[in-house]
Ligand binder design. Structure first.
Ligand code: BDR
Ligand code: CA
Length: 305
């Protein structure tokens, strides 16, 4: 697996989950601007890997802005650093001296089948698809967190990751490789409760303490916006989907991305009509076993010091 991300509180948990599970071989982390500017998301990935004692995993920085050149970030949700709320260690390693495109291409050249999990704007993934179409057959699947069937979170119509770079999302949706999309309908079910955050802290390890602080910070904006007592762990849902085990139910639908609409730019148009004549190509997450998901996260946190 290659994790392309913009950490990000929930990206950090996605990364932790991928590292904790023996079924996953995490080849690389590539970073993109999204929740914060690229320099911050790269630094955050390195800080999380340092906390988890896994600076052996290579990190490469990718796109510093979306395909249309307009930087879009989310400090309202993740704070100015992109990962506010906890005392994370300083990075004990640096990003590799290669771009995200170069690092991902090198692994795709070397491996027969790589799953790309994308938990930020899709700029890097779209860049890879257009720069190296020869490597398409090596991509086993692209699993992304993004979009919504109905209500968005950044605008009434759009979810943040797709809104931030709709052109990139549109390119990914039409790439022809197996695709799975975890939209807000499923990630909003994947919420921690106050008790879950207390359980995280009660694990007693440093990782649990720091992640409980991170999740309590991430909870604030969701309390304000939705009245929820805990945050949705959007991005770890994408990793959980790769792990399988029946936690997440998907349905295959045609999905297109609105790249122009004045009110609907960044909307994922999911054609749920049973009589649609469009080809259904995207496995769209619709429900998740929340209790099992939270258990999986707690077990994953407990693996680390
Ligand atoms: C997505 O946007 C970011 O805030 C999160 O990290 C997640 O990837 C949710 O809309
Ligand atoms: Ca993210």
């Amino acid at each position: 697996m290659i994790l392309d991300c913009d950490p990000g509180h929930d990206d950090a948990l996605a990364l932790l989950l991928a590292l904790a599970r023996p079924e996953v071989r995490l080849l690389a982390v590539t970073t993109v601007s999204g929740n914060a500017p690229l320099e911050q998301t790269t630094r955050n990935a390195l800080r999380v890997l340092t906390l988890l004692g896994r600076t052996d995993v290579p990190v490469a920085a990718g796109a510093d802005r979306p395909l249309d050149g307009v930087l879009r970030i989310a400090p309202e949700v993740h704070g100015a650093s992109g990962l506010d709320g906890a005392d994370l260690p300083e990075p004990a390693a640096e990003a590799v001296d290669a771009s995200a495109l170069e690092l991902a291409s090198a692994f795709l050249e070397a491996e027969d089948a790589v799953t790309i999990v994308a938990t930020g704007p899709l700029t890097n993934v779209a860049g890879l698809l257009s720069a190296r179409p020869d490597l398409l057959p090596r991509i086993e699947a692209i699993v992304l967190m993004g979009g919504a069937i109905g209500e968005g979170n950044w605008t009434a119509s759009a979810e943040f990751n797709i809104w931030a770079d709709p052109q990139a999302a549109a390119a990914v949706m039409t790439c022809g490789r197996p695709l799975a999309m975890m939209p807000l309908e499923v990630t909003h079910q994947a919420r921690l409760s106050t008790a879950d955050m207390a359980a995280m802290e009660a694990l007693g390890n440093r990782t649990g303490l720091i992640f409980a602080d991170l999740m309590r910070y991430f909870a604030r904006v969701h309390a304000e916006w939705y009245g929820w007592d805990g945050p949705p762990i959007h991005d770890a849902v994408a990793v959980a989907h790769v792990l399988g085990g029946g936690l997440i139910t998907t349905r295959r639908y045609p999905v297109s991305v609105e790249v122009e609409g004045r009110h609907t730019r960044g909307r994922t148009v999911v054609d749920t009509r049973p009589f649609s004549s469009a080809e259904a190509t995207v496995d769209v997450g619709v429900s998740i076993d929340r209790e099992a998901f939270v258990r999986m996260l707690l077990q994953a946190i407990a693996v680390f010091p």
